[in-house]
Design a protein around this ligand. Structure first.
Ligand code: SF4
Length: 309
């Protein structure tokens, strides 16, 4: 996903930002892929491209065996029922003038032929599924706490029985105890409905709790992707190692020596040559400046883009 940069008096195209470049992964039914990285690394853009909120510059998105990269109109609308998104701030994604019943009913009214009675029944069921009391249906978003509002957003996302939910920093704005409740709820729903999640977060500790597989992004590219247990026990990419060394770890044995990265995150419009991480990498070698490392399988199922391997 490349975005044009315009400049000059005529606002001509003077460059582009490769917000997501050469990123490839699969998510199976019932699986959660955690996508982590610093702000601006392209993880949210990846989620939005999958949701078809952006037209990708190149590449393909295959959903349930169908290439959905270019579909439009009614086909896209129908296909969209299969994938939903939950954002960080439910307050801005929930219409403040509607009550909860109406908010959850809206996708059903737009996309299904259900009678009013059937829709009412489904809304009541969803309110119960996400652990809210039935009387919540008559209230408005401002009458709820952050965690409760996220439950409403999840109920709305579930209304059309999606197969994939993209959760973009969905618990980041919540207190730690509420985060745990929402993560447990998401996990229960995943088991109950066989959902697949793309869980986008800057917080490695949170991603550890929810994911089966974790991908680490840096400046628009995947630098490492592996099953969760492998990535957390033997991180191979120096960037993954530094992120993990900075993540709080309750288990004393698992605590790592802190690797402090020097330098700022480079401008995505002018990424460094070769390995984009070489300006901050404590293990950089001569070749890192000139040659970009490709993602390759270094250990079974553990893919890493680094010249050390
Ligand atoms: Fe560091 Fe070089 Fe590996 Fe990039 S390729 S992460 S600069 S060692």
């Amino acid at each position: 996903m490349h975005f044009p940069i315009h400049g000059g008096i005529l606002q001509r195209r003077v460059g582009e930002v490769k917000a997501v470049d050469n990123v490839s992964f699969t998510i199976k039914k019932g699986e959660t892929l955690g996508l982590v990285g610093e702000s601006g690394c392209g993880k949210s853009t990846t989620g939005r491209v999958i949701m078809r909120l952006y037209e990708p510059t190149e590449g393909s998105i295959i959903f349930d065996g169908q290439d959905i990269t270019k579909i439009k109109g009614d086909r896209l609308r129908q296909m969209r029922q299969n994938f939903q998104m939950v954002f960080q701030d439910p307050y801005s994604s929930l219409n403040p003038r509607m009550n909860v019943n109406a908010i959850i009913a809206e996708p059903l009214q737009v996309n299904t032929q259900g009678s009013q009675a059937e829709i009412r029944e489904r809304v009541a069921e969803l309110i119960q599924v996400v652990g809210l009391p039935q009387e919540a249906g008559l209230k408005h978003p401002h009458e709820f706490s952050g965690g409760q509002r996220q439950r409403i957003a999840i109920a709305r996302a579930l209304s059309l029985n999606p197969k994939l939910i993209v959760l973009d920093e969905a618990v980041s704005a919540l207190d730690v105890s509420i985060q745990a409740q929402i993560i447990n709820l998401l996990d229960d729903l995943r088991h109950e409905f066989g959902l697949a999640y793309l869980f986008i977060s800057h917080n490695l500790s949170v991603v550890k709790h929810v994911s089966n597989k974790v991908g680490v992004m840096y400046l628009g590219r995947l630098v490492e992707i592996a099953p969760k247990s492998q990535l957390y026990s033997t991180p191979l990419h120096p960037y993954t190692q530094s992120l993990l060394s900075a993540a709080p770890e309750a288990n004393r044995k698992a605590r790592r020596e802190r690797i402090v990265l020097t330098g700022e995150v480079p401008n995505p419009a002018k990424p460094p040559s070769g390995c984009a991480f070489h300006t901050r990498c404590p293990k950089a070698m001569d070749q890192c400046q000139g040659v970009r490392p490709e993602l390759k399988e270094v250990m079974p199922q553990q893919f890493v883009a680094c010249h050390l391997y």
